[in-house]
Ligand binder design. Sequence first.
Ligand SMILES: [Zn+2]
Length: 450
Amino acid sequence: MSYDLLIKNAEVVLDNGPVRLDIAVGDGKIACLRENITEPAAETVDAAGLHVLPGVVDAHVHFDEPGRSEWETVADGSTAFAAGGGTVFIDMPLNSFPTTCDPEAFAAKLAVAAKDARTDFALWAGLTPYSLDKLEALAEAGAVGFKAFACFTGVGGIDRADDYTLYAGMKKLAALDLPLMVHAENAEITRGLTEEFTAAGRLRARDYFASRPIITETENVGRLIHFAGETGCRVFIAHVSTARAVTLVTEARARGVDIHCETIGHYLAFNEDDVERLGAAAKCSPPIRNRENQTRLWAKILSGEIAFISSDHSPCEPSLKEGPFLQAWGGITACQSTLPLMLTFGCAERALGLPALTRLLAGNAGELFRLPGKGRIAVGYDADFAFVDLGREFTLRAEDLLYKHQVSLYTGYAFRGAVRRTMLRGRTVFLDGKIVSAPQGRFVRPERRK
Ligand SMILES: [Zn+2]
């Protein structure tokens, strides 16, 4: 018996805690997990002093190809993601162009990602009034699920889903056994307030917060709970920004509705005061909320009410962030930093346990999106790992960023917990600050049970 790879002396983060174990890998999968494995292996990695976590599964990135490679590319975005411990990303149907709303656009995006992705990947498709008759074909093509916008999007090619589209689409998706993720903000209120403030010359950060008040999220989440319950569709609320919306979803799930929350690192790391200081670089929608909400959102993380944390890595050309806050592009680059951010602000500062962290950053998304072999360290799963030095402190510098544009809200911040190595299916992708292998990302199709 001989293995391809043996990882020795690691603190392996399993479902119930870190355990000192060796990991043997064969054919890219975890073949054995046990103390002191002595069988021979072609390669041995000594992980003494490091924690080995499941690689990050990021369910929400915008790598913008094909069509907007001046904003971000799959090559650069996924490279940065790998440097942050990432091993599976799920790309959104925008801001690539054409948007991923028909099988041809899906095939075009798949071709780019299959060539350039540094990590494994799955793909969202879009639910719009014009894609309702294409859901079956997109499901066949391997879409992990569908994304819809309750509000207006601000980019072409992905119209908001009106109530008929949501209702009819959710019934179809329930039959196809695929989930819907919704950007849940009330369209009319957000548009009306934006127009009112624009006309009045109210263009500052505080005005932007006021243009998207909390009711625009909670009202919309309430309606989606109703739609989910009636149609039986699995629903994820994208980037939930308020603790009140999380409570609504928790209560609905307790009544048997199949609905979960995603939240994003920047709602946890920052509040409105930070946004005023950081400017349009910190603009996203829904907006980053006030300090009290930030504290309550952390409580929702610690209570286990939020299913997973994504980056919502949503870059743009830097020039689109210039000008008045209300009119600047909304979107934040982040996928390289989610794991260090959560190690710092979650584990080091708030006693978030490592097993809970790995569920939030990998396990729950792997399970809820039914990605075979992804998201856990267990025999039979893919050998996708982030090797982390929990004690290492570092300050993120712009030159450390591997995105297309070296811009991030997190530059200048001190982190405690650094990614030393990322491994994809048993092969090292990133090691001590450097990418060390060619792109080898594979497309992951979700398991469908109907
Ligand atoms: Zn997004």
